[in-house]
Design a protein around this ligand. Structure first.
Ligand code: HEM
Length: 439
């Protein structure tokens, strides 16, 4: 069967000013409208370089996998170096490959068995503080929980004050992110005092974690993989950059995923009921084991459906190193291409009723051949998220642990609206009321 690529209007250009204005105000609507108006390839001519928005899974695969050697990270991620330094998220080429090889062992599937008890214990400790019918701010609660889990898993300790300091710094950095997108000289950016303070605080926590790496819990932690490799490979500056990268990338996206899951579940009581039935049957009163994590298919489908509808990473940008061709479209060196999880994962060609939250759809979708890159919440190719298994294990464990013991009722009459910043956050925090289950 021939694939129908809908880029009949590919060469119809959208004006740069209009594009920038629309992207600034409502990037999700703008990208979705461009896909509707221009089809699978939208072309925007900007003053300095061309932009292409690629919406078909085959084209996404070309960028992320088949032609990955011809693309580097897009300009906004390149600018994230001012916060993250040259860590795994921001490095390129040979340097990236070497770093990835060194760090990969900490993320193998079998390592999840070591992390899972930390996920369970931290979740238990957090929810044990809740009381019947208490209002919970799930956005904040999940941020603190995933940060605690990341600290114990990757660094073997949670130094006093670290969670508060990191949370506050993250809020500031995300608020100031639009500023970081402006084409200002690097030096001027660090003059903004709040930005500077947030960066200093994060550096301080990073130093605390590195200094604390001798604790018994830290024996196998990521921080020591970094130090062992440092003999031949990592400089102190790189160790610092990796530590900071895992501190931030290791908790924020998963916290958002979990907050969105609770929002969806609170507003879909039938789905929540099915989740509880599965968890009750599989776990009874045990904490989940690695085997259980693979034996909770409905819980996994809830996580996947949430990642589809509310992808914490909602778009990926790349810059072409050389001229290339994708879907018949010539793309010149220096052009920026954008592929968006938000757009493609809501495309009615691949998902029936794409705006409906239906975890059951994944049973059908997996049996029928969904194009590989119609669902790419963790990216793809050599830059695929290194923490994918960690995040999936963590999300399933946290959902199972909490829903076994609590009902979550909506704290607001309607589900939260998505607010695309660096990541896809809710405009207003996700709120819920927790009700103790009689089990
Ligand atoms: C729901 C949770 C998560 C989502 C949706 C997510 C999403 C992503 C995506 C889309 C990328 C690729 C970015 C690109 O291609 O430009 C990525 C890369 C990355 N993620 Fe995640 N992530 C999650 C959790 C995690 C966790 C738990 C960790 C740490 C343990 C982590 C660490 C990283 C790192 C270091 C990279 C860069 C990998 C490389 O370039 O080699 N992420 N993530």
């Amino acid at each position: 069967m021939e694939t129908d690529y809908s880029f009949a209007k590919t060469h119809q250009e959208t004006s740069a000013l209009e594009f920038m204005w629309r992207m600034f105000h409502s990037p999700l609507d703008t990208l979705s409208e461009l896909a509707r108006e221009h089809g699978d390839i939208a072309h925007v001519k900007m003053p300095k370089r061309d932009f292409y928005i690629l919406n078909h899974p085959d084209f996404i695969e070309q960028v992320l996998v088949k032609q990955q050697g011809n693309f580097v990270k897009g300009p906004s991620l390149q600018r994230a170096r001012i916060i993250l330094g040259e860590g795994l998220l921001t490095s390129e080429g040979e340097e990236h490959l070497a770093q990835r090889r060194a760090l990969q062992p900490a993320f193998h599937r079998h390592r999840m068995e070591e992390y899972l008890p930390l996920m369970n214990e931290n979740t238990y400790a957090h929810m044990s503080q809740w009381t019947h019918r208490q209002d919970i701010n799930f956005s904040e609660e999940m941020m603190r929980l995933t940060l605690d889990i990341a600290l114990w898993s990757f660094f073997g300790s949670s130094p006093k004050g670290a969670v508060e300091r990191v949370s506050e710094s993250m809020k500031t950095l995300i608020r100031l992110f639009p500023l970081a997108q402006l084409p200002l000289p690097e030096a001027t950016r660090s003059l903004f005092p709040k930005f500077k303070q947030a960066k200093t605080d994060l550096d301080l926590v990073t130093q605390m974690l590195l200094a604390d790496s001798q604790s018994v819990h830290a024996k196998n932690a990521l921080v020591n993989i970094l130090k062992e490799n440092s003999k031949g490979q990592f400089t102190d500056e790189q160790i610092h950059a990796h530590t900071l990268t895992f501190l931030l990338a290791g908790h924020e996206t998963t916290a958002l995923l979990l907050a969105w899951c609770w929002d969806m579940l609170a507003h879909n009581p039938m789905v929540q009921g099915k989740l509880q039935a599965e968890v009750d049957a599989v776990l009874n009163d045990r904490f989940p084991t690695s085997e259980d994590i693979n034996n909770l298919p409905y819980t996994r489908n809830i996580v996947k459906e949430t990642l589809r509808m509310r992808p914490p990473a909602w778009a990926i940008g790349r810059q072409a190193l050389n001229d290339c061709v994708i879907g018949g479209q010539e793309i010149k060196a220096g052009s920026v291409v954008i592929v968006s999880q938000w757009v493609t994962q809501h495309d009615p060609r691949f998902y029936d009723e794409p705006h409906q939250f239906r975890p059951e759809r994944w049973d059908d979708l997996e049996m029928h051949s969904l194009p590989r890159y119609a669902f790419f919440p963790f990216g793809g190719g050599n830059r695929i998220c290194i923490g994918e298994h960690f995040a999936m294990t963590e999300a399933i464990a946290v959902l199972a642990m909490i829903s076994r013991r609590w009902n979550i009722l909506p704290g607001d009459p309607s589900p939260a609206e998505p607010n695309p910043s660096v990541t896809l956050r809710p405009y207003k925090a996700v709120k819920g009321i927790v009700q103790r289950r009689i089990v």
